[in-house]
Design a protein around this ligand. Structure first.
Ligand code: MTE
Ligand code: MO
Length: 199
């Protein structure tokens, strides 16, 4: 993967208490992709949860749409310093996908069509804090923003919210994903400015 898209042009300072340290409020919705937008046809789309013992749960697009849907409204924060308040999404809570799973996992790798990965502690995508979303602002999620479906983990920097998701691989120990292996912080809490290794 190479070539960062230009992303954003206009942003401004804000005294808004929703704004984490070192961030600016963006106008519009910047696109940040480390590579081309993959074509992901709905008739072959699947979402797979893989447990540490190799056991898998898999949903087709139709099966995924039949799951209970939620409509989170959340603030998002990109490590390149733009934030966006009150974004509205529709999708499936990760809790729904993991329901009843008796796992020894402590971490998860979120995996995308196109090869992007992002690691997170399992607790951070559980307990109502993460969704696999397929609508933004009342419309199908545009491909450049991760459609057909993306991860949404609003309490961590937005690079953790992998676009074009294809599954979650549960792990018994932490491993680094794409940006984490290139110098980005392993955890990425915007309120503690955990941008890069050593922050
Ligand atoms: N598959 C994939 N997901 C990704 C990325 C990417 O390059 N590939 N970029 C990440 C980064 S750095 C950010 S800030 C957000 C950007 O999402 P947006 O383009 O919808 O604003 O997606 C994240 N998810
Ligand atoms: Mo980002």
């Amino acid at each position: 993967m190479s070539g960062l898209s230009p992303g954003f042009k206009r942003f401004h300072r804000s005294d808004d208490p929703r704004l984490p340290p070192g961030q600016f409020e963006a106008d519009g919705f910047p696109v940040l992709s480390a590579g081309p937008t993959p074509a992901v046809p709905l008739d072959t789309w699947t979402f797979t949860v893989t447990d540490t013992n190799g056991g898998q749960r898999r949903w087709t697009w139709a099966e995924f749409q039949a799951l209970p849907q939620e409509k989170p409204t959340v603030d998002i924060h990109c490590v390149t310093r733009w934030s966006k308040f009150g974004t509205t999404w529709r999708g499936v809570s990760v809790d729904t996908l993991l329901a009843g799973l008796d796992t020894s996992a402590t971490h998860a790798m979120v995996e995308s069509y196109g090869g992007y990965t992002a690691n997170v502690p399992l607790a951070d995508i559980s307990n109502g804090r993460a969704w696999i979303v397929h609508e933004y602002d009342g419309q199908p999620l545009p491909p450049e923003h991760g459609g057909p479906a993306r991860m949404l983990i609003p309490h961590l920097y937005f690079w953790k919210s992998a676009k074009w998701v294809r599954g979650i691989r549960l792990m018994e120990r932490d491993e680094q994903g794409f940006w984490e292996s290139l110098g980005y912080h392993d955890y990425g809490d915007p309120w503690r400015e955990q941008r890069y290794w050593g922050d």
